[in-house]
Design a protein. Structure first.
Length: 95
């Protein structure tokens, strides 16, 4: 079982529990700074495992501008105006 990290909430063996509404974002535009702030709360030694530099505003802006909704749906969980979790749902595309 892997280790999970969340900015807020209680960890348990099956994953991370958070007390926040999950909002399926139709776009990330307008939430870029909140997403950067979330990633800045992830410990630097854990950010090493991310493919991209998630603290770079240009990276987050590129994500927001190039989302392919036919392949992926971004999900952000907010508590107030603060992002407390980030995920994506990836669709299996028929060949």
């Amino acid at each position: 079982m892997g280790r999970a990290w969340c900015a807020k909430g209680n960890q348990h063996p099956g994953g991370v529990m958070i007390d926040a509404p999950v909002i399926a974002s139709s776009e990330l535009t307008g939430d870029e700074q909140a997403l950067i702030d979330f990633f800045l709360r992830v410990p630097p030694e854990e950010r090493l495992f991310f493919k991209d530099d998630v603290t770079n505003p240009a990276v987050i802006r590129r994500w927001a501008e190039t989302i392919d909704f036919e392949r992926m749906v971004p999900l952000l969980a907010f508590s107030g105006g603060t992002v407390v979790a980030d995920a994506t749902l990836h669709r299996t595309m028929d060949e």
